[in-house]
Design a protein around this ligand. Sequence first.
Ligand SMILES: [Cu+2]
Length: 290
Amino acid sequence: MERLAGTRVMNDMVPPGKNYTYVWPVREEYAPAPADANCLTWVYHSHIDAPKDICSGLIGPLLVCKEGMLNRYSGTRADVDREFIIMFTLVEENQSWYLDENIRHFCTDPDSVDKDDAVFQRSNKMHALNGFLFGNFPEPEMCVGESVSWHLFGMGNEIDIHPIYFYGNTFISRGHRTDVVNLFPATFLMAEMIVENSGKWMITCQVSDHLQAGMLGQYNVGNCKSDILHPKMNGQQRRYFIAAEKVLWDYGPLGYDKFSGLPLNASRRTPFWDSSIVMLQSTSHKGKTE
Ligand SMILES: [Cu+2]
């Protein structure tokens, strides 16, 4: 996979139908540090032409675990009940080595396809979880009370900024409790979850364009374990309300730019300034945990 500068050796390229055994020594500098999760997420991918290779599917995860975390015989995790791996990336089918073949096989009129056409190119940008869009991602199954290790990574381009939100359950990532992690190209993360809430929950990218383009999947949590101890809730129950009211909102009640002293509609950035906009304003009261 790794191209070696100036040489052509066996591991420079593996032709179709052939194989090559790579040996990767796992040295200490690639291992989880004491405060890390028990297994770190890494990836491997082809480097012949990395962007095209990755968009053609030549990429996969590689986990490096602390000693004793894997079952000696099966190689599966011994420290958690479940583990899942998800790649979040905008798969650029325009970059795929198979683009011409795909056009020939799957377009009704291949000769009419203009590969430089902006609409055609946009239709080939797949906002995917492990290569699946709009909930077609195979749904991970788990039980309330189980420990789940999520290995998440991003790849791709400058557009691949993915704040990934897990509905329904929180997790620990980089030492913080959260339900959102931020993935960028070639960013690898771990999310350690103790599953608390049953149901069918979404996993989504929170970038609005990506969400609308299909970057969302689901995971399922069942009440399938009987020996779950739920902590007692001792706090007092309080009732609050959230109201939405229509108000006339003024973004610049002073009528001028406080820094330049100019009227707000004098700036080239705000030539169409109209200070009053009708908005919904929400009012909320805070609750606290006890
Ligand atoms: Cu995204």
